[in-house]
Design a protein around this ligand. Sequence first.
Ligand code: FAD
Length: 488
Amino acid sequence: QQKAVIIGAGIAGIAAAIRLAVKGYTVEVYEANSYPGGKLSQFEQNGYRFDAGPSLFTMPQYVDELFKLAGKNAADYFGYQKLDVVCKYFYEDGTRLSAYADTKQFAKEIEDKTQEPAAAIIRHLANSRDIYDITNHVFLERSLHRLKTFLRWDTIRSILRFPQIDPFRTMHKANLSGFKDARIVQFFDRYSTYNGSDPYQAPATLNVIPHLEHHFGAYFPDGGMYSITQSLVKLAEELGVQFKYNYKVDEIVVINSVAKGIRAKGEDILADVVVSNMDVWFTYNRLLSKHPKLHPKKILSQERSSSALIFYWGINKQFPELDLHNIFFSADYQTEFDHIWNQQDIYHDPTVYLNISSKYKTDDAPEGCENWFVMINVPANNGQDWDQLIATARNHIMNKLSRLLHQDIGKLITTESILDPRGIENKTSSYKGSIYGTSSNSQFAAFLRHANRSSKAAGLYFCGGSVHPGGGIPLCLLSAKITAGFVK
Ligand code: FAD
């Protein structure tokens, strides 16, 4: 039986393990941490449970697909429910919007509360669907590094419709010409942050993202986000995959341009297939440092996505006006992004994302309390004075939430934990603490992401948010699918 070793038990590493086990491989997953999931992990503190990283769950079909592939009934392992309200939005001018999943209800909500006609929303979402239909097969579900992809009829049809995906102007410019109400421009510009990009630089192709929320929907896993990791690890173990925790890999062994295995804890572990789920930048710079000729220098010099600063707060009160996902917009989005991307610091009025899983999973917080995951977008780690930036941002965030919720939030915090770009980098080996690998600020970004296999070392493969097709849970799951598709 052939053997595969996987470096990292991030969500893509786990999915790749399942797919290779189904193919008949003996699979071992080597994970540096004492737990699986990488960014998709959880922790508990003083009676509160927090999902540490991702909080928005879309495209659950890619999780279900793994159970089906293994001949199991997904619902026996993993349950989730669709959200009627995807997110609540709060503006500094007092406007409050509920983004209903149902398109008509959502468009009506916007027409009722802003100057934007419902028809403009319907039109925008139809455009979003068109971009999805054109790009999905080419950019998401298949390898861009395989001739076969480009010889397919649906790819050729997509290429002929290429101008329709709007790659030559920025997302902000497109939204500015599509909407007359600045609040709605800001609303749709925000989707660029779903892959850590900047709406003032990223191509309007990213206007595909609202389609994922408003067509496919947003979901809440019954057991919280971490149950995605738990259920897939359970499936993998049932398929015979062995997870080795606290097992940091130091080297990928390559002889005569063939990956022969890995080196960890001073031992060589031989394998027919090596899959790195570790950030591709660190894979080359740490695990393949002896092989500079293998390094794809241009790809590794790509701009990184933004990072995040998160305050996990136990809150001694419940807020009926809040939902699972809440956004508190900055009054000046352009200046906020200028700080993230050009000044590389934190704007004094950042857009705040507040996730409260105890709204759905009540035992995530003690009775009468809520578990707040409070996140802002921040630059990747370039050696800024984070302690100083965090202290200042904490005050600004607390003032903003207190102002918009008419409560002194500082007085309600009973427990706190903080994650910043340095922590993200250390905990998951993500270069510069970027949360989505490379940024999508250029229209060529999709083509410059690392492929799912090495073109220079046979037997070496890659999956996860830093390689094709990109970051976020659904794309990471697709990356594992493309990777496994390469393995014979
Ligand atoms: P990672 O999670 O990056 O894991 C890689 C694993 O490899 C880690 O466990 C690490 O310990 C291990 N590893 C690294 N080096 C070694 C080594 N040398 N030896 C052994 N093991 C090693 N996505 C969404 O879809 N929705 C969201 O709402 C969302 N929000 C996010 C919020 C935050 C704060 C963060 C951080 C991310 C968010 N994301 C979101 C992105 C999503 O979490 C990631 O794209 C995805 O989880 C990355 O998975 P991955 O498979 O690339 O691996």
